[in-house]
Structures are given as structure tokens and as C-alpha cells.
Design a protein around this ligand. Sequence first.
Ligand code: HEC
Ligand code: HEC
Ligand code: HEC
Ligand code: HEC
Ligand code: HEC
Length: 189
Amino acid sequence: MVKRFMSWLSDPLGRIGLLIAFLAVFSGAAFGLYTTQTAPPQPIQFPHNLHVGLGVQCLYCHPGAYRQASAGLPTETKCWGCHQQLSKYADGTVALPAELQKLKAYVDANKPIQWVPVAQVPDFVHFNHRPHIAAGLNCENCHGDMSKVTVAENPQVMNMGWCLECHRARTVDNPEKRNKLLDCGTCHY
Ligand code: HEC
Ligand code: HEC
Ligand code: HEC
Ligand code: HEC
Ligand code: HEC
């Protein structure tokens, strides 16, 4: 038993597994807060459905998704750039709704909005948006239909099984790519 464990340890795959298991114990507790599928309370109840319904593109607010690892969130200045032009509020005909008053307060104070992360994997996993978008996937494949949600929530738990399931499904006729996409070192390094 001990001998078998030692030989597993000397295997690079065993070592990587142990390292990850070790990291997982430490980051697991913090990560546990975010693995739920319910929407966390946010500083502003930002309605995705309304904005997506108006035809604002995902990439307008999350431009990093096709260029880099992280998709990014819009700054309060970007929100306000559009909101200050809405004439019914600007000319005082209609009072600014409560959530937009909060937005204005952030802009006036020049203070960034501290959004609570929703879609997140632990630090010991490397996820990069760019290759996924380049491979032709849509936001919807992983984040669900955002035109139906108000405050963002995950349509599924973003765990290892979820990543691997898709990596397997997308490489049925490409064994070389499959080996790479199922290799521990592709996501853990
Ligand atoms: C491209 C323009 C545009 C951008 C960018 C934009 N919004 Fe909006 N937003 C709108 C429009 C149009 C409405 C609907 C306006 C209305 O009738 O109240 C709206 C509605 C809202 C509402 C609902 C207001 C209510 O009636 O309760 C909130 C809250 C809001 N936006 C917050 C934000 C925040 C926060 C950002 C930045 C993350 C943002 N918006 C970025 C155009 C924009
Ligand atoms: C007007 C700007 C705007 C548009 C358009 C927009 N989003 Fe967002 N998105 C935000 C803001 C602000 C947040 C942070 C608040 C929240 O999590 O609800 C956010 C959060 C998210 C999150 C969770 C992020 C996290 O921190 O974990 C995902 C996923 C997401 N958006 C996907 C999309 C997709 C997909 C589309 C297009 C269908 C889209 N968004 C369109 C502004 C926008
Ligand atoms: C292959 C699945 C997949 C696709 C496709 C995808 N995402 Fe993501 N997204 C994720 C994962 C996984 C995370 C968590 C990443 C992390 O914690 O490093 C994430 C995180 C995010 C976040 C919050 C953190 C950040 O990166 O800034 C936003 C916003 C987001 N995605 C928007 C989008 C948009 C917009 C699109 C489409 C252009 C998109 N995503 C396409 C899987 C995906
Ligand atoms: C809906 C399907 C899908 C999901 C879910 C998914 N992926 Fe992928 N992923 C792909 C495809 C397709 C590629 C291949 C891109 C290509 O053709 O090179 C890929 C490639 C990758 C690569 C290799 C990128 C490169 O530089 O070549 C990494 C790393 C990766 N994914 C990590 C993840 C992680 C981590 C998760 C889960 C948090 C995940 N993926 C979830 C479809 C998916
Ligand atoms: C496509 C990306 C991907 C590949 C390939 C991958 N993992 Fe993971 N792994 C993840 C993600 C995402 C998590 C974090 C979410 C979770 O705990 O399921 C994770 C978590 C883990 C954990 C922590 C377990 C836990 O329950 O917290 C271990 C250990 C692990 N991976 C080992 C491996 C080993 C060994 C391999 C190779 C056989 C491997 N992984 C291949 C994405 C991947």
C-alpha cells in the first residue's frame, strides 16, 4: 500500500494531483462561498434582461472575453456614459429610480462598484476565455441565457466534471486534441 502510494507520488500525474489536492484544501473554504447557483446580493440590482433586451452586446460590457483570459466588468463611468443621456431623467420629467441613484452616487464619488463575483473557478485552475470564443463557443454555452436573468447567476456549478464533459464531447474525432484537453497540466499548472 505504502509502496504503491510512493510510486504514484513519483509519477508526475500523482505529484500534480497531490499538489492540487493540497491547494484545494486551502482555497476550497473561500471558494465554497461562490459555488452556489443562486445570485449573490449585489451593490446595485443590475438587470441583465433589460440591457440585453435593449440590444446592448455582451462584448460592449465584457470586452475581454474574446481577447484575454478574463471577460471584465464595465466601470461605473461606462454605465453612466449611457445613463446620463436618458432624457426623461435628465430633464427631470421622471425621478431617477433608486438603483440608478446608487449608480449616480458611485459616479459622483468616483468610486468603483464592488461587484460580487458569480462565475468563478478557484485560483489553481487556469481558465481563459479567448481560446473558447475563438473555437466558436457562445457566451450562452457556459453562462446560460442572460436575457432571462436580472442579477447574474450561474446556470450550473462550474466544476471540473463540467469542463471535462464538454472537452470530451467536442473532441470525439480528434484524439490528439482530446489528449491535450483532458491533460491535468492543461488546466492545472
Ligand atoms: C447602452 C446604454 C446603457 C448602458 C451602457 C447601461 N445602461 Fe442601464 N439602462 C439603459 C436603459 C435604456 C435602461 C432603461 C431605462 C429606463 O427606462 O429606466 C436601463 C435601465 C437600467 C436600470 C433599471 C432602472 C430602473 O428602472 O429601475 C438599472 C439599475 C441600470 N440600467 C443600471 C446600469 C448599470 C449599473 C450599468 C453599468 C454596468 C448600466 N445600466 C449600463 C441603458 C444602458
Ligand atoms: C450594460 C452592460 C452589460 C451587458 C450588456 C451585459 N452585462 Fe454581464 N454583467 C454586467 C455587470 C455590471 C455585471 C456585474 C453584476 C452582476 O453580476 O449581476 C455583469 C455580470 C455578468 C456575469 C457574472 C460575472 C461575475 O462577476 O461572475 C456574467 C457571466 C455575464 N455578466 C455575462 C453576460 C453575457 C453573456 C451578456 C450578453 C448576453 C452580458 N453579460 C451582457 C454588465 C453587462
Ligand atoms: C467555455 C465556457 C465559457 C464561455 C464560452 C464563456 N465563459 Fe465567461 N466564464 C467562464 C468561466 C469558467 C468563468 C470563471 C473564470 C475564472 O474564475 O477565472 C467565466 C467568467 C466570466 C465573467 C466574470 C469574470 C471575468 O472573466 O471577468 C464574465 C463577465 C464572463 N465570464 C462573461 C462572458 C461573456 C460575455 C462570454 C461570451 C463572449 C463568455 N463569458 C463566454 C466560462 C465561459
Ligand atoms: C461548452 C464547452 C466547454 C466548456 C464547458 C469548457 N471548455 Fe475549455 N475548451 C473547449 C474547446 C472547444 C476548447 C478547444 C479550443 C481549440 O480548438 O483549441 C477548449 C480549450 C481549453 C483549454 C486550452 C486552451 C488553449 O490554449 O489551447 C483550456 C486550458 C480550457 N479549455 C480550460 C477549461 C476549463 C478550466 C473549463 C471549466 C472551468 C473549461 N475549459 C470548460 C470547450 C469547453
Ligand atoms: C479542463 C480543465 C481541467 C482538467 C483537464 C483537469 N482539471 Fe482538475 N479541476 C478543474 C476545475 C475547474 C477544478 C475546480 C472545481 C472543482 O473542484 O471541481 C478542478 C479541481 C481539481 C482538484 C480539487 C478537487 C476538489 O474537489 O476540490 C483536483 C485534486 C484536481 N482538479 C485534479 C486533477 C487531475 C489529477 C487532473 C488530470 C487527470 C485534472 N484535475 C484535470 C479543471 C480541470
